[in-house]
Design a protein around this ligand. Structure first.
Ligand SMILES: *Cc1c(COP(=O)(O)O)cnc(C)c1O
Length: 405
């Protein structure tokens, strides 16, 4: 059974989601992918192992056969990498312990070439912003508007980084125009929010596609992971960094992520339909000042309300008040307090992350049930927002008195 890759690549995203990374299973007499928890791999041929280690050290090419040691690679994780690469339309993908480990590996790989300068477009996920701004890996960052990226490039620019739709404002960037502006500098697109179901950044000219796999790829709020989809040349450098710095994805996480991919298209489409409906209702609601919903679609909605956002968070009952996103259940959080707290206040506000902004990750619940919860959480319409202490929101009678007043 030889897999014809050209046929595989031509398959639709729904088909790839359930078959990619599993092509050999039927031939092995298996249906579910096996989980390989080995940390080490026995071999009676040390000369052969020496040659395999030399080859990996020199090239970063994944060794043929067993991986020698768990930090070099893992067969279960490799299935997830193969599947994600096919979904994103790239040659390869390299998985890491988290989204931040994946971004760190990209920065380390570029900094090792002597280039420490990164041009980035705000907003980014709070910790990505922090990693670049704080210079924890020796990065020097220039923040630019998408139109200003070309002018911000320098001979030592390692990378241009953007999120589209961005966390948490859902701002979108014209990726093809941006890729053009980058010239030969690699463009990294964090595609966590759109997923390959809605957008494949390499088709617009991005060289690197990053995911916090913790979000939609896993999809059930029970696994941390990160992955970079890219060409094989860059993947080899990332594998060398991963081997030497150790930010590997655990095989059980690899299994769960592969399993998550199978339902990615149906989850993303179903949640997006509900999210678009809720965004439309919020946009018409007098208690809501502004709604952000991206053109590409997706299951994220951001909005600013007349009511104190802390009060809205305190009042949700069906929706879970929690950071993170991309799970089967709906989550809501206040970026200025949580996901983007680590970004300096001025930088937060100037990139559109206002203190009023709430970010909601819509799940798979019934749309009417979600709306009823949002409706009661938004409270009564008030001409002027009244700052109320959190405890009062828990007292329904007091709440009613206040809002009637
Ligand atoms: C959560 C997130 C990250 C970081 O991923 P972790 O898996 O939490 O390390 C990076 N980018 C975006 C857009 C995110 O939402």
């Amino acid at each position: 059974m030889d897999a014809d890759t050209t046929t595989v690549d031509a398959r639709a995203v729904d088909t790839l989601a359930v078959h990619a990374g599993r092509e050999d299973l039927a031939g092995l007499g298996l249906h579910a992918p096996p989980i390989d928890l080995s940390t080490t791999y026995p071999s009676y041929d040390s000369r052969g192992e020496a040659a395999r280690i030399d080859a990996f050290a020199a090239t970063g090419e994944a060794p043929e056969g067993p991986p020698v040691y768990g930090r070099l690679g893992n067969p279960t994780v490799a299935r997830f990498e193969t599947a994600l690469a096919q979904l994103e339309g790239t040659e390869s993908a390299v998985a890491f312990a988290s989204g931040m480990a994946a971004l760190s590996a990209v920065l380390l790989a570029q900094h090792a070439t002597g280039r420490r300068h990164v041009v980035a477009v705000r907003p980014l996920y709070g910790c990505s912003d922090h990693l670049l701004t704080a210079g924890l890996l020796g990065t020097e960052v220039t923040w630019a508007d998408p139109e200003g990226v070309a002018d911000a490039l320098r001979p030592d620019t390692a990378l241009v980084m953007v999120e589209s739709p961005a966390n948490p404002t859902l701002a979108e960037v014209d990726l093809a125009a941006l890729a053009e502006a980058c010239g030969t500098v690699p463009l990294l697109v964090d595609n966590t929010f759109a997923t390959p179901v809605l957008q494949r950044p390499v088709e617009s000219g991005a060289r690197l596609v990053l995911h916090s796999a913790t979000k939609y790829l896993g999809g059930h709020g029970d696994v941390l992971g990160g992955v970079v989809a890219c060409d094989e040349a860059f993947a080899r450098r990332l594998r060398q960094i991963r081997f030497a710095t150790g930010g590997v994805l655990h095989p059980l996480a690899g299994y769960l992520l592969l399993r998550g991919l199978a339902t990615l298209p149906v989850r993303v489409r179903a949640a997006s339909t509900t999210a678009a409906g809720l965004a439309a209702r919020l946009a018409e609601d007098p208690r809501v000042l502004r709604v952000h919903y991206p053109k590409v679609g997706g299951a994220m909605v951001a909005f600013e309300t007349l009511a104190d956002p802390h009060e809205v968070i305190a009042r949700v009952r069906l929706i879970t008040p929690a950071v993170s996103l991309g799970s089967v259940d709906t989550l809501i959080q206040h970026p200025a307090s949580i996901s983007h707290r680590i970004v300096p206040e001025d930088d937060r506000t100037s990139s559109g992350v206002s203190d009023r902004l709430l970010r909601m990750s819509v799940g798979l619940e019934d749309a009417e049930d979600l709306w009823r919860d949002l409706d009661q959480a938004l409270g009564e319409s008030l001409a002027t927002p009244v700052p109320r202490p959190r405890v009062q929101a828990l007292d329904a009678d007091l709440e009613a008195q206040l809002t009637d007043a």
